[in-house]
Design a protein around this ligand. Structure first.
Ligand SMILES: [Zn+2]
Length: 303
């Protein structure tokens, strides 16, 4: 996917006016939460330029005594690669960056450095200037930002990545699920991420939010997506249990057609409708197959 430094502000479509939703092309959405005491940027986008565009949208609200605070929902490049604007040697707008301990570890890891080098080589016009900067205030399970009128409850929601956190704002029953739920599903990247992710989905759904916003789903999709994601993985589990009982191996060969083997196509386990049908082809094929492989392995290991 080609990247862009464009960031636009989406029109409010029914959520609380104190939340601004930013969008970086078709890649990702981020949030600005304006409270009495602080302006909270939820994620810093892909580089300093895009983070700076976000800050432009926040600036009118920073005129008084409100402090600027940045949150990283996780360390993925589309969420935390704009951090250098706020902390570290080249920070031009110093602000605390809050994230999980795991998020900081991830941004310090050699894996992140290698990935950054790859991205710089591929798209220097976007990524050449990126410096990885980790959160400056870290927590394990939960952290609360008291904004006065709004309280931001940050809590660990591992699964998509081990470092992932989500935010709940009880006064307005609004959940910022980040990548904890996605259209059509949040992809687990490792076998042990799968049960963690399902537990995180259950935890978010249990909050019974009235409004839920995601980084990779339409703003109008609502809290129902949490339940659709839960149903997707429940259906995968049912199909995989049945397949294992028929003798399908827990770890099929890499060249095996696991979708066929399990007998569980994408369209069998997702709601009908254009939103679900028009997702990127990867989600219907390889991405779906990967989730099936992880489910088979997890069920076999759990025995
Ligand atoms: Zn993302």
């Amino acid at each position: 996917m080609p990247h862009t430094n464009e960031v636009d502000l989406l029109e409010n479509q029914g959520w609380d006016e104190r939340i601004l939703v930013c969008r970086n092309g078709q890649l990702v959405k981020t949030f600005i939460v304006v409270t009495d005491r602080c302006v909270v940027l939820v994620d810093s986008l892909i580089n300093a330029k895009t983070a700076s565009r976000m800050l432009d949208y926040a600036r009118p609200y920073l005129a008084g005594t409100r402090a600027l605070v940045v949150v990283n929902t996780h360390a993925d490049y589309d969420h935390a690669w704009g951090n250098q604007l706020f902390a570290g040697p080249v920070a031009s707008h110093p602000a605390p960056i809050i994230g999980s301990q795991r998020c900081a570890e991830e941004l310090r890891s050699s894996g992140s450095a290698t990935y950054l080098q790859e991205m710089r080589d591929r798209e220097p016009e976007i990524f050449a200037g990126v410096q990885l900067v980790e959160p400056t205030i870290c927590f394990e399970e939960g952290l609360t930002i008291g904004g006065g009128d709004l309280t931001l409850q940050l809590f660990a929601t591992p699964g998509h990545t081990p470092d992932h956190i989500a935010l709940y704002i009880p006064e307005i029953e609004t959940l910022l699920a980040a990548d904890g739920a996605e259209l059509p599903y949040p992809a687990a990247r490792a076998v042990d991420g799968l049960p963690a992710m399902r537990a995180s989905l259950a935890r978010m759904a249990a909050l019974q939010p009235k409004v839920t916003l995601y980084c990779h789903a339409p703003v109008t999709i609502g809290p129902q997506l949490l339940h659709d994601n839960i149903a997707y993985f429940d259906a995968l589990e049912r199909h995989c249990r049945a397949a294992l009982a028929r003798g399908v191996p827990a770890r099929p060969d890499q060249d095996a057609d696991v979708i066929d083997l399990v007998g569980c196509r994408y369209e069998d386990v997702t709601p009908a409708g254009p939103m679900w049908e028009e997702v990127h082809e990867h989600y219907r094929t390889q991405g779906h197959a990967e989730q099936l492989r992880m489910m088979l392995a997890w069920l076999a290991d759990a025995k």
